[in-house]
Design a protein around this ligand. Structure first.
Ligand code: BG6
Length: 515
């Protein structure tokens, strides 16, 4: 491996001046060690994101990437693997020059999690990078591995001293979900990690927080005068948070069977969205201020009861999607033929605060639904009085503000408007803001933003212990209730979920949106 030019001693990035927020945020010298580097997440998201950051000039010249795994690879073999991942999935164009520069800092360490010698080899590789490339003893350890492997990895990181930074350098741990499978296991897991890293050095990934449209929730709410006055129980009838996916679970049985939709995405992504929508204005955008408000709102969030009526779960059955017949979950490879794992979950949450008293938040997610869409809809109360004949407003629904998280990113405001013509007829129309049309800048992938923030030590977009535990506290009673309730209701693939979900809203005269 050729030696890269070292940054001069005491090098600080001239572009990284905190006072000028217009300057790009560029990570200082450091190494990123990825455990589970050959897994799906790494191949599809992490490796491409690292390349995209390099391509955007946001990594320091000494940035180095260490892959750890069982494969019998050398550094060049690892670089070939990363090249394939990047060429298949990177967001920005492939540039040989960028890749070659990045590849100079790639190392592969072969080993197993339970082997002391493997971690000694990681330590050697990192020492070598400090010397050859000036990584300065700054390392982030990314655990893209099942949580059952966390304890052994953390134990070794501690035993080899890798978790403990010498004066003037840093060590950080990045952990992927699932962060436990209930409150008790999450507390246990937090305990394991905190024995080795302090809270400020732990970065728990919830990749939804890295999405531009999710970060825009706080901009929309707190940078404008227009919305905040109506963002409360006086005007909002209810809130619907939908994360619908059209994909099935073929190939994911190992992770998903026994986990289910509620643990997979409600506990993290959807409750984080709820927190951002329902929280009070933070004192500032400093990480701890935002966290304080999110934690407060999650403490005030409670399930609605009785759970038989306020929740719904389902499992996809055979059906049609995109013109193709697809099989049901029980026929997917790897799933037990009597699996009770839910692939659709919906819950009703209330937030006990003056702002939200009496406003239900309906959260739903599902696989093999009609289309892929994530959105947050604030559905407003009807006008208290309509000075029209009934026939004139037959086509008028409730006003709604819809934050379109993906794929068609933007915001829609739905309101009533007169239909052109000689009579007075009012019908719903949409006013749209669309990212593609409004901005020339394209949105970075969530993982680009999150990896960069880890390397910068910027914690705002990472849930803290309390948020994770409070989310489990909200969800645990539902999981217990469903656990005692036998098999979930089957719903046809390509539809919008089980009948029980429709009934759940119908009880209060409401309907789910059909995005
Ligand atoms: C992950 C879930 O967190 O998010 C997956 O584990 C899901 O089940 C994925 O498919 C969806 O992410 P995105 O960014 O495509 O909405």
């Amino acid at each position: 491996m050729t030696k890269a030019a070292l940054p001069p001693a005491g090098w600080t990035n001239p572009l990284r001046d905190e006072r000028d927020k217009r300057m790009p945020r560029i990570a200082g010298p450091c190494g990123l060690v990825v455990f589970g580097v050959t897994g799906d997440l790494s191949r599809h998201k992490l490796m491409p994101a690292v390349y995209d950051l390099a391509n955007r000039g946001l990594l320091s010249p000494s940035f180095s990437l260490v892959g750890f795994g069982r494969r019998d690879w050398d550094d060049a073999g690892f670089a070939d693997f990363v090249r394939d991942c990047v060429q298949a999935k990177a967001r920005t164009p492939f540039r040989e020059e960028t890749f070659a520069r990045l590849a100079q800092g790639m190392r592969f360490v072969q080993g197993a999690f339970d082997e002391d010698a493997s971690f000694e080899r990681i330590a050697d590789a990192l020492r070598g990078l400090d010397e050859d490339r000036g990584t300065g003893g700054n390392y982030a350890f990314y655990l893209s591995v099942p949580p059952k492997d966390f304890p052994v990895v953390f134990k070794h990181l501690s035993a080899t001293g890798l978790a403990h930074p010498p004066e003037g350098s840093w060590r950080r741990a990045v952990v992927e979900k699932p962060f436990g499978h209930d409150l008790e296991s999450a507390i246990e897991l937090n305990g394991v990690i905190k024995e080795v890293f302090d809270e400020r050095s732990i970065f728990r990934i919830d990749h939804y927080l890295g999405k531009e449209t999710v970060q825009n929730i706080l901009a929309l709410r707190f940078a404008n005068q227009l919305f905040e006055p109506i963002w409360n129980a006086h005007y909002v009838d209810h809130v619907q948070i939908t994360m619908a996916e059209d994909i099935g679970l073929g190939g994911r049985a190992g992770y998903y069977d026994g986990i289910g939709a509620a643990r997979d995405v409600i506990q993290n992504h959807l409750l984080q969205l709820l927190a951002l929508v329902a929280m009070e204005e933070p004192v500032s955008f400093a990480a701890h201020e935002v966290t304080t408000e999110k934690t407060k709102v999650l403490s005030a969030a409670k399930l609605s009861y009785p759970l038989d009526e306020t929740t719904a779960r389902g499992q996809y059955a055979r059906g049609w999607q995109g013109g193709q017949e697809v099989c049901g979950l029980l026929e997917e490879e790897g799933f037990a033929s009597d699996s009770t794992t839910e692939t659709f979950a919906a819950i009703t949450v209330e937030v006990d605060s003056r702002r939200w008293a009496g406003v239900p938040f309906y959260l739903r997610t599902g696989k093999r639904l009609g289309r892929r869409v994530t959105e947050i809809a604030l559905v407003f109360k009807r006008a208290p009085h309509l000075p029209f004949d009934e026939a004139m407003t037959e086509e008028l629904g409730q006003n709604a503000l819809v934050i379109r998280v993906q794929p068609d990113e933007g915001v829609t405001l739905r309101f009533g408007s007169k239909v052109p013509g000689s009579a007075m007829r009012v019908r719903d129309v949409n006013m749209d803001f669309n990212y593609g049309q409004a901005f020339t800048e394209s949105s970075p992938e969530a993982y680009e933003r999150l990896i960069l923030d880890v390397l910068l030590g910027e914690p705002s977009l990472f849930p803290v212990t309390d948020e994770v535990e409070l989310s489990w506290k909200i969800l645990d009673p539902v999981l217990e209730h469903w656990g005692a309730g036998g098999a979930p209701e089957q719903y046809p693939s390509g539809g919008w979920g089980p009948k029980s979900a429709t009934e759940m809203l119908a009880r209060s005269g409401r309907t789910w949106r059909r995005p």
